[in-house]
Design a protein around this ligand. Sequence first.
Ligand code: GRF
Length: 193
Amino acid sequence: LKLGILASGNGSNFEAIMDAIEDSRLNAKVNVVVCNNPGANVLERAAKWSIPTVLLNHREFASREVLDQAIVDTLVQHDVGWVIMAGWMRRVTQHLIDAFSGRLLNIHPSLLPSFPGLHAVQQALDAGVQLAGCTVHYVELAVDSGPIIMQAAVPVLAGDTEASLQSRIQVQEHRIYPAAIALAAHAHFTKTS
Ligand code: GRF
């Protein structure tokens, strides 16, 4: 699998994917990391792994459509087959979805369809749920929607803060994202109809 990663921030999921590739849990190569945020830590992580990075600062694009056209062009130039959104904080357009139809994945820190959008972990705490978690899904136009590929649940513990629950969820994100990519690829390549 030739992956392109879209990331805006820390990049711990990018790193988990690299670790999975390194230990042969995922048969893939990351061809490029596209980032919209010049200060993002993911840029340093990618440099450490010698993965090419392309910075497309959304502030320099006139619209979501123009940004997404630049993203698609960049992914095509880097011969990307599968697009992995790993902490990508921009809404995507239909153009990007269509360009990588069935090969565009996202991870979200809730058990979707509960708590889409920003601050999902705080939303879960505010709702008083006893199980939180994370979801890997195919991307559709509505934020954090689309068919679910894999989920993991974690308990909400007494005294949890947003940070403590987030870190328990991230352990599971780092485990399921590489597995979900492999599962989606397997499903894609074995489709008979
Ligand atoms: C993750 O919690 C993911 O679910 C959400 O953004 C966060 C990204 O974390 N979409 P990282 O940048 O991979 O560390």
